[in-house]
Design a protein around this ligand. Structure first.
Ligand code: SAH
Ligand code: SF4
Length: 452
């Protein structure tokens, strides 16, 4: 969602004549879009702000701005704490980014704009991004009504509001006309998209499936309680919906799930997995897990390991619990100590990574369609994803493959990716020049060990 918000602000600023400057020190305006989901991400923001002090001292005309969830959470306090900061804006103010920066430049004011848009359940925010990557994110709703006790999102992104199906489909058509093949719809709790507006996520998926030229549809993030039958049955029946779902379970212990206010049990979660696999036997499932939530005992954690072992996820994002100001879990006490959190995280990772390694082995010698998205960061090959969202490095293709779905024979694999060769060309690795272009992938891998 932050990637999408950053792209949106960039488009708004470009339209007003601002130009991107790759070198931080040369920029007239430094805008940092931030995340406050865990303490560590906030620390990074504050330390980066510290590093920028010298630049501002050298050139007081430079504008330094913070947008996103840290801006929303800290607001005026941030402006008071950081004297060289000029502007703070929350997620609901991103469409005003250009006028706010201009106010700072023109009037030399220091500003905070962190009010929520609290009117109704609908909002309009047509996509402004000019380019169209092979795979694009599209935010379809904002906010969250769930208030899981560890989570800061409802405090920094407000209540749930949705865009209309008509507006979203128009965005999809515009992206497809520019070359996009795949869209990933985004929402914090996307299953309840359309709450209070009379529209449903399953209807949006049906409508997107009819968009000519669009090849693949994905969405995230789902909540186990809110993933309804209509959505489950779409896997395996809606042609363009990829056989892949991110379904965070956070903890396997019913006691901890209750304390987290997740509103489901381990049994309900496993039942949803069963229904999903009945609807679509080869569905690739990914998840989020938190270890070391307050009061989590060894027995509780073993329930998390049990779910990980039973489900065999294709990828998992695993986090140590991080206390967030203002959330209910902060008052629970019973903190799990850091070393125990670390040890549990490592154990959970071992279970998941060994499963993924085995799963990836099965792809060897198979020929699978891959949507090529970009040149790899190391500039050695091009990379893309399968419908199951597996990252594939393709060794014998060039720039012309970007944006195309091609058949790839998998020859190698490890825990983080698959490696293979396009079947329509000789199996020789191509040489890339340092300045070959390529589109940056917006989707990141959960683990990033390189292929040998
Ligand atoms: N709306 C999504 C994602 C929310 S944030 C959902 O409900 O699943 C992404 C992930 O960050 C969460 O799934 C959770 O695993 C993790 N997370 C959120 N708050 C956290 C905290 N205080 N400490 C550690 N991990 C956290
Ligand atoms: Fe946070 Fe997701 Fe829970 Fe909402 S549903 S409070 S975003 S973890």
């Amino acid at each position: 969602m932050n990637v999408y918000d950053s792209d949106r602000m960039q488009s708004i600023l470009n339209a007003k004549g601002f130009r991107s400057e790759p070198e931080l020190r040369k920029a007239d305006v430094i805008l940092i879009n931030t995340c406050s989901i865990r303490d560590k991400s906030e620390h990074k923001v504050l330390s980066l702000l510290g590093e920028l002090k010298g630049l501002k001292q050298k050139d007081p005309k430079k504008v330094i701005a913070i947008s996103g969830c840290v801006g929303q959470r800290m607001g005026r306090t941030l402006l008071q704490r950081v004297p060289h900061l000029d502007l703070v804006l929350g997620p609901d103010a991103i469409d005003r980014v250009a006028e706010l920066i201009e106010s700072v430049v023109d009037r030399g004011e220091r500003l905070v704009e962190a009010k929520f848009d609290t009117e109704g359940r609908k909002y309009s925010q047509p996509c402004l991004v000019n380019r169209a990557k092979p795979s694009e994110f599209l935010t379809i709703m904002k906010g969250c009504d769930h208030f899981c006790t560890y989570c800061i999102v409802p405090f920094v992104r407000g209540r749930e509001k949705s865009r209309s199906i008509e507006e979203i489909i128009q965005d999809v058509k515009n992206l497809v006309a520019k070359g996009t093949q795949e869209v990933t719809f985004l929402g914090q709790n996307i299953n309840t998209y359309g709450k209070g507006t009379g529209q449903k996520l399953s209807e949006l998926i049906e409508a997107a499936n009819k968009v000519e030229g669009l090849k693949r549809i994905r969405y995230l993030t789902s909540h186990p309680r809110d993933l309804g039958e209509d959505l489950i049955t779409q896997f395996g029946t809606v042609e363009k919906l990829c056989p892949q779902l991110h379904l965070p379970f956070q903890s396997g212990s019913n006691r901890i799930l209750k304390a987290m206010a997740r509103l489901y049990t381990q049994e309900l979660y496993l039942n949803k997995i069963e229904l999903l696999r009945k609807a679509c036997p080869d569905i690739a499932l990914s998840t989020d897990v938190i270890v070391g939530f307050p009061g989590e005992t060894e027995e509780d954690f073993e329930q998390t390991l049990k779910v990980l072992s039973e489900v065999k996820f294709s990828s998992a994002f695993m986090f140590k619990y991080s206390p967030r100001p203002g959330t209910k879990a902060m008052d629970l006490g019973e903190e799990v100590c850091e070393s125990v959190k670390e040890e549990r995280l490592a154990r959970a990772q071992r279970v998941v990574y060994s499963q993924i390694e085995l799963e990836n082995l099965k792809y060897r010698n198979q020929i699978i369609p891959v949507l090529i998205e970009s040149m790899d960061k190391k500039k050695k090959f091009f990379s893309g994803r399968t419908t199951h969202s597996k990252l594939v490095h393709v060794m014998n293709v060039g720039e012309a493959s970007v944006g195309k779905i091609i058949d790839v024979e998998i020859t190698d694999s490890n825990v983080s990716c698959l490696k293979g060769f396009y079947v329509g060309a000789p199996k020789t690795s191509i040489k890339l020049t340092a300045n070959s272009g390529g589109v940056e992938s917006g989707i990141s891998s959960s683990v990033s060990a390189p292929l040998d």
